[in-house]
Design a protein around this ligand. Structure first.
Ligand code: CP
Ligand code: NVA
Length: 300
């Protein structure tokens, strides 16, 4: 059966744990890898949104695993002129060994996987950013030693792709997750209704959310594709910022994480970002190691 990595929701807790174990091993063996599982393979990256970390980490990761990469911006291929995703998938599926897709609709990534019949990885949709959350969990595991008794507080737009992947991670792995978000930016009620982990809570009080948390996490207030809502988002999310006052409420030695890119003075202050820069850029580096684990796991 062809394996894909389309969302955190579609993973089991055991699969996530195994991917974290593999990420740790791949990171440790980076300079002396025991195998190159993508040897002889060519992978395509199809990106319809900008990217620094995801693009570079996948390009480097595929090469380090022995494969070759073709980067395809939506505007360079017929997809940008309206060729259906299912036809793009059927063509690429005859030529490349796997695809990494960054786009808007989750359904497009799912359709690609269904019609391309090659391993397909979600590199961010409006729905989820699963590769990011695997790297984030790896970072927490490294810094904290385990994910046991973990309390994570996500501060900001609680209905965006990163927040949603955090929710599914907490659902699958059972840790405590507090989403601190104003009313219009709460996770969808229909999503919350599907959860069984009673330790996933939503609050409109960031101070209550941060109380004794082990991890404070934030993301941009204006996600890609939502630029037309910038004015109201900046206004409504103004008090959902990670700053020194909020960090003081968290557990002593709490980790501050940011998926990046960061907008200083918006979702995080310059002071807090710089104080936690070592962790935040370790987190960015972990995209490479976690995605090499994902690639190794799904490859044909
Ligand atoms: N965090 C993240 O996905 O960054 P990029 O948009 O630069 O890929
Ligand atoms: N929520 C952000 C994540 C960026 C990596 C976005 O979708 O733009």
């Amino acid at each position: 059966m062809i394996k894909h990595f389309l969302s955190i929701e579609s993973q089991t807790g055991e699969e996530l744990t195994n991917l974290l174990t593999l990420s740790t091993k791949i990171k440790a063996d980076r300079d002396n890898p025991s195998e190159r599982p993508l040897c002889g393979q060519t992978w395509a990256l199809i990106f319809s949104k900008p990217s620094t970390r995801t693009r570079v980490s996948f390009e480097v990761g595929i090469r380090e695993l022995g494969g070759s990469v073709i980067f395809l911006s939506q505007n360079d291929i017929q997809l940008g002129r309206g060729e259906p995703i299912i036809d793009t998938a059927r063509v690429l599926g005859r030529m490349v060994h796997g695809t990494v897709i960054r786009t808007f609709a989750q359904l497009d990534v799912e359709k690609f996987a269904e019609y391309g019949l090659i391993p397909t990885i979600n590199a961010l949709t409006d729905e989820e950013h699963p590769c990011q959350i695997l790297a984030d969990l790896l970072t927490i595991l490294e810094k904290r030693g385990s994910l046991n008794d973990l309390i994570v507080c996500f501060v900001g737009d609680g209905n965006n792709n990163v927040a949603r992947s955090w929710i599914w991670a907490a659902e699958r792995l059972g840790f405590e997750l507090r989403i601190a978000a104003p009313g219009n930016y709460r996770p969808d009620a229909s999503l919350l209704a599907r959860l069984t982990n009673r330790k996933i809570i939503v609050t409109d009080d960031p101070i209550a959310g941060a109380d004794r948390a082990d991890v404070l996490y934030t993301d941009v207030w204006v996600s890609m594709g939502f630029e037309n809502e910038s004015t109201e988002r900046l206004r409504e999310l103004e008090s959902f910022q990670i700053n020194e006052q909020l960090v003081a409420r968290a557990a002593s030695g709490a980790l501050v994480l940011h998926c990046l890119p960061a907008y200083r003075g918006k979702e995080i202050t310059e002071e807090t970002l710089e104080k936690h820069a070592k962790t935040i850029f370790d987190q960015a580096e972990n995209r490479l190691h976690a995605q090499k684990a994902i690639l190794s796991h799904v490859r044909k």
